[in-house]
Write a protein that binds this ligand. Structure first.
Ligand SMILES: [Zn+2]
Length: 242
């Protein structure tokens, strides 16, 4: 890859900007953003250009803090030393995905879940991890405690505003395939969030017509409580809760 980029701002002919002229911090930020999408892309960007490689090496902890672990299974059934070393380094760098995964495994551990897992999920959610926000938000929504449910709505609302409900749900759905179900930590809350469930013409009418397939289909004009009642149904199904 040529170590230069083209800037067209204010000039239709284009202006070459060399990558070497950019500060290392900026390059590291680019690498960290790429890494947050995919571990394989991190590998590719490192071998594509020596400036990116150097920026990665100089800011390795920061990059590991952000790197996506989508290519690594939730549970290392057949761990190899290389993968374990990498994951250990990610953990030492306070990788947010590791925190989320630990929280998930702990909370839904079988046969006895650990409430400490909820704390890890909360920290990961507060640090902006989307799937952690989804799981933590849904766990709060399923709580019997009124205040917790209100907090759950706040978490889910911010995720909804960034149009990340469906993508987060899909990733969580994938991860739950590797978890044992019914350890008693998640229990169905029989009281719907929408107090007018029987008469509310919002979400109940809409969901009968079509399934929500992506975040663009999500209509924020409709009753918000019904929206989360609908999401809770899906969440319970993920964990075989009837
Ligand atoms: Zn409603």
């Amino acid at each position: 890859m040529a170590s230069r980029i083209i800037s067209k701002r204010g000039n239709n002919k284009g202006r070459h900007v060399s990558i070497q002229s950019l500060p290392t911090d900026l390059l590291a930020e680019v690498v960290a953003t790429v890494a947050s999408q995919s571990f394989l892309d991190l590998h590719n960007v490192k071998i594509s250009c020596k400036d990116f490689l150097q920026a990665t090496n100089h800011n390795y902890n920061y990059v590991l803090q952000k790197v996506s672990l989508d290519n690594f299974p939730l549970i290392q059934w057949f761990p190899n030393e290389k993968a374990l070393t990498f994951l250990r380094r990610c953990e030492e760098s306070e990788n947010i995905e590791i925190l989320f995964r630990e929280g998930l495994r702990e909370y839904f551990n079988y046969p006895n879940g650990n409430i400490g897992g909820l704390e890890r999920l909360q920290i990961a959610a507060q640090r902006g991890h989307k799937e952690a926000m989804y799981v933590y938000g849904m766990l709060l929504l399923s709580s019997e405690n009124h205040e917790s449910r209100k907090q759950g709505i706040e978490h889910m609302r911010s995720l909804r505003m960034s149009k990340c409900i469906m993508s987060s749900r899909k990733k969580v759905q994938h991860l739950t395939k590797f978890l044992w179900k019914n350890n008693g930590m998640l229990v169905r809350n029989q009281i719907p969030l929408c107090k007018f469930k029987e008469t509310c013409k919002g979400w109940r009418v809409k969901k009968g017509r079509w399934l929500l397939l992506d975040d663009e289909d999500d209509d924020i004009q409709l009753c918000e409580d019904c929206r989360w009642d609908h999401e809770l149904e899906f969440f319970y199904q993920l964990f075989n809760i009837r």
